[in-house]
Design a protein around this ligand. Structure first.
Ligand code: GTP
Ligand code: MG
Length: 180
């Protein structure tokens, strides 16, 4: 069985990566956040899948490309965060983030991706219409979720999906004999 799970959050500046992590940990929306929070480790007994889980933040303002590439190569699952009210942040998912991740991960080890649409409190309309074609185009994308760090909506679900993507992948590497 896997020892632990390492979740990395990437995405354009200001989409709410740090806010999502802090909302999960403190169960309330932080009005003021630093650019980046230190890696946090959630002990096995309080995670849904009973596996120690590391959550890693990324901020362009505080980290070099080299540091980002290193974190990408160490991650077991990567959440690409966009803001549902920011079209550019959605375009960057396919124009920038997926190619960058592909370049920095081992061709043979499939790293599952999760598309995270944050700030759902700010819009009436779901971003799913835009996201579904992307989901269909890239088999690495395990699932997508819309959430709000502000309303605490779907926050614990998001991190549960990330854990699950690593522990019970549904993609091409899924191997029935290894099922527990
Ligand atoms: P960088 O570290 O610069 O890459 O940004 P980030 O992706 O970590 O975003 P951050 O958490 O700093 O949030 C950016 C802004 O969006 C802040 O003003 C947050 O308060 C706000 N914000 C984050 N999540 C939400 C949300 O779910 N809803 C709303 N309305 N605002 C949010
Ligand atoms: Mg940040």
């Amino acid at each position: 069985m896997r020892k632990d799970v390492r979740i990395l959050l990437v995405g354009e500046p200001k989409v709410g990566k740090t806010s999502l992590i802090m909302s999960l940990v403190s169960e309330e929306f932080p009005e003021v956040v630093p650019y980046r929070v230190e890696e946090i480790t959630i002990p096995a007994d309080v995670t849904p899948e009973r596996v120690p889980t590391h959550i890693v933040d990324y901020s362009e303002a505080e980290q070099t490309d080299e540091q980002l590439f290193q974190e990408i190569s160490k991650a077991n699952v990567i959440c690409i965060v966009y803001a549902v009210n920011n079209k550019t942040s959605i375009e960057k998912v396919t124009d920038h983030w997926i190619p960058l991740i592909t370049e920095n991960t081992d061709k043979d080890s499939r790293v599952p991706l999760i598309l995270v649409g944050n700030k759902s409190d700010l819009v009436e309309h779901s971003s799913m219409e835009t996201i579904l074609p992307i989901m269909n185009q890239y088999s690495e994308i395990e699932t997508c979720v819309e959430c709000s760090a502000k309303n605490l909506k779907n926050i614990s679900e998001l991190f549960y999906y990330a854990q699950k993507a690593v522990l019970h992948p549904t993609g091409p590497l899924y191997c029935p004999e290894k099922k527990d």
